[in-house]
Design a binder for this molecule. Structure first.
Ligand code: AMP
Ligand code: ZN
Length: 116
């Protein structure tokens, strides 16, 4: 996908520190970290959002979740973390290439959602 910032990162056209990589997925630090540990995990293939994923993506999605603890621990959050997948306008998704946030650190992250 032209003009997709995360496709460009996956292709190596935009630099990012690759904290995990395999044939199908890539992880790199969020440019504006919201916690001491804040990593993004993306599929290398362009999928716009979780709403665009289907049964054929089960292995890929499972792979993203299955490496989360390893990445969190490697990055300094061994005792727990939170995974967030913002999806679509309602979910507050800003970059339209599926990505999973891993956030953590030494302190509890706090309530899951702020009260409206
Ligand atoms: P979301 O709101 O879930 O779409 O999150 C998009 C995230 O991508 C934000 O937390 C941004 O800080 C992050 N981001 C945008 N551009 C980059 C980049 N070039 N490298 C790393 N993270 C980025
Ligand atoms: Zn993309």
């Amino acid at each position: 996908m032209e003009d997709c910032i995360f496709c460009k990162i996956a292709a190596g056209d935009i630099p990012a520190t690759r904290v995990y990589e395999d044939e199908y997925i890539l992880a790199f630090p969020d440019i504006q970290p919201q916690r001491p540990v804040h990593i993004l995990v993306i599929p290398k293939r362009h999928i716009p959002s979780l709403a665009h994923a289907g049964p054929g993506d089960q292995a890929l999605l499972g792979r993203m979740l299955a490496v989360a603890h390893r990445i969190a621990a490697d990055q300094g959050s061994p005792d727990g973390f939170r995974v967030i997948v913002n999806t679509g306008e309602i979910g507050g998704q800003e970059v339209m290439h599926l990505h999973m946030h891993i956030v953590g650190g030494q302190d509890p992250i706090g309530p899951m959602l702020k009260h409206q």
